[in-house]
Design a protein around this ligand. Sequence first.
Ligand code: PMP
Length: 296
Amino acid sequence: MLFWLDGRLVEEAEARFPLLSHSLHYGSAVFDGLRFYETAEGPAAFRLEEHIERFLHSARQFRLALPYGAGALRDAVFQTIRVNALRAGYARPIAFLGGGDMELNAVKADLHVAVAVWPWSPRLGTEAIRVRVSSYRRSSPKSTVLSAKLTGHYANSILARQEARDGGFHEALLLDHEGNVAEGPGANFFAVKDGVLVTPPAEKVFAGITRDSMLALAGALGIPSEVRDIAPAELPACQEAFFAGTAVEAVPIAAIDGTAFATAPGPVTERLKAAFADAACGRERRFARWRSVVPR
Ligand code: PMP
């Protein structure tokens, strides 16, 4: 695979960095992750503009002065997809500090920007997963900038995922700092209660682009939605639940600890999942603005 690194295409093996790279030690990198899907017009990146904007936002939170703007980063994503002749996959822009300064507030470390891609087909399965409520809490919005995709945030996600897997579950569900339901280690949480789609407020989670897409699709389908706190005690009164994120798209939840849902995927999850796939793969026109076809 060829990667885009600091303005040029390099072989994966060529992308080497010093052991004393700041971001390796302190989690000081920012990244993003987006999918591109095969459409009738060729590979199309899903909500590319929003992913690039978020990447730039994340970089600003860490005072990383990227030498590339939105246009150059968009081209870098296109170029990397094109040169690897991929039809569907995942693109990972990342900005990180290499060698040159091991101070926490590194001002002299080398700043690198890269885009990696790998093949990834849309998930077709509807297999539902079993989830445990994690003993780890999502970081408080007062402890970090939750809206930024900082690599350091993933220490929390890794601990929660490991704990869930050790306990024989597929995935973790983290509560927020106040004890309400927050999100999964790498995806947002949705529940359906009496026909209403509910998801926690943006300020308390990493408010994903897929989450935003699901809320927009629900609106278009006439499914009522509410953005509000969800107490764990409310979960048994819900009929459906699912995780939504770039990597998982929408994955139905069969059970959360002792609470099993009667149908997984339930009808609302199924409708949203299908609508999402249609929007991503270009089978409908209403959300055409979400697709950026890779120029030939
Ligand atoms: N929450 C967390 C913690 C995540 O890592 C992700 C994946 N980026 C999401 C939610 C979903 O965000 P998105 O839909 O933008 O991928």
